[in-house]
Design a protein around this ligand. Structure first.
Ligand code: ZN
Length: 376
């Protein structure tokens, strides 16, 4: 049997080794403790960065008492974090804004309450809020911003329009959001993309070279003259509607459909010669501002009567057009919103979802639907 050789360690080294072991054990203990603390926070969806800061700023117990909170997480991640606003952060709803924490700090400093700040943050984007922090405290937050689609960037215009008209807050917000506090055609917004829910009126225009998607010829069985065009989706919907009407003994016909920018200009020139400037100003949209350029609008006539508004087809359309995705666009009761006088013959294709909603809501103008649901 071989003799096992014993390793001899000098006493001094043994002592050093012992100390190293103790230190390592302590470090390991601290590490395990630290990992444990961090994981309590990351389990609540705090990021690693935020959790570290929460620990080192001795706010762990507070954060654990609050629980999961996106605004707090964002605050602890932000270089703008201010410990004195800790409780505010936890009570303010999170929004995905680049300067969220900086903006909250500023708004608190101006003197807004947590609920004021929730209102402000939910009615504008980051840029709107940044601009809002540059002004003195405003008076009428709750009045206008109890309405979902009110925008903080329009605050001054709401106040001014309200002072000038004495309208209800709801109406004020609707009118200003549609730029109806401005003159017709002034500062109009260009609409660039074709969609069946697009909104064109005296404040929203199409450029000279805008063309609708999928422009097709309208079969002459459905139109009063040859060569008319419109967007395919609207033409197909009209054909369905017209066939259904005809089965019930009604005769619909398209008198006007797509009109290019130039067509509209030619029409204006013609009316100018025949009826004069004031007629044109009152009744004809400027080129670019006509819905006919979208390829989604039709002027519809009756095959049985010269005056559409008095025809049985007009009555039929009132109750049936929405089933095919069309709306009666320029109702007399909304002239101040649509900007056009009552036109019994003008229908607009918007798709069945929107046409049904509008029909079920007192034939509200497309403008109102747009403000409520489409203007993001
Ligand atoms: Zn028309």
């Amino acid at each position: 049997m071989r003799k096992v050789k014993k390793i001899k360690i000098k006493p001094i080294f043994a002592t050093v080794l012992k100390y190293i072991c103790v230190v390592l054990c302590i470090l390991l203990g601290i590490f395990v403790f630290y990992r444990n603390q961090i994981s309590q926070l990351t389990k609540l969806n705090y990021s690693y960065e935020a959790s570290k800061r929460i620990l080192f700023s001795k706010n762990k117990d507070y954060v654990l008492s609050v629980g999961e909170n996106k605004t707090l997480n964002c605050a602890f991640e932000s270089k703008d974090f201010n410990n004195k606003y800790l409780d505010n952060y936890s009570k303010i709803n999170y929004v995905d804004h680049k300067h969220l924490i900086k903006n909250i700090n500023k708004l608190l400093k101006i003197g807004y309450s947590n609920s004021d700040i929730n209102i402000i943050l939910s009615h504008g984007n980051d840029e709107d809020v940044v601009n809002f922090t540059k002004r003195d405290k405003v008076k009428y937050l709750e009045e206008f911003f109890s309405i979902d689609y009110a925008k903080i960037k329009y605050y001054d215009r709401y106040v001014e329009y309200s002072d000038n008209t004495g309208d209800t807050e709801e109406n004020v917000v609707l009118m200003v959001n549609l730029d109806l506090d401005k003159e017709d055609y002034v500062d109009a917004v260009e609409v660039k993309d074709f969609s069946t829910d697009m909104l064109i009126n005296k404040h929203r225009y199409l450029s000279e070279d805008f063309e609708p998607d999928d422009l097709i010829n309208i079969d002459s069985d459905y139109a009063s003259e040859k060569g008319m065009k419109a967007s395919r989706v609207a033409v197909n919907a009209f054909i369905d509607m017209s066939n259904a009407a005809s089965k019930e003994g009604y005769g619909l016909v398209i008198n006007s459909a797509y009109r290019s920018f130039k067509d509209q200009q030619d029409l204006i020139d013609l009316y100018l010669r025949e009826y004069g400037q004031s007629y044109v100003d009152k009744y004809v949209a400027k080129a670019g501002f006509s819905e006919h350029q979208t390829g989604l609008a039709f002027d519809i006539g009756s095959r049985n009567s010269r005056v559409f508004a008095q025809s049985k087809e007009f009555s039929w359309m009132k109750d049936n057009a929405y089933k095919y995705g069309f709306i009666y666009r320029f109702d007399k009761k909304y002239e101040n919103i649509t900007g056009f006088r009552n036109e019994a013959w003008h229908y607009r294709y918007v798709g069945k979802k929107i046409s049904k909603y509008i029909y079920e809501h007192n034939n509200m103008p497309l403008e109102e639907y747009y403000v409520m649901f489409l203007d993001k």
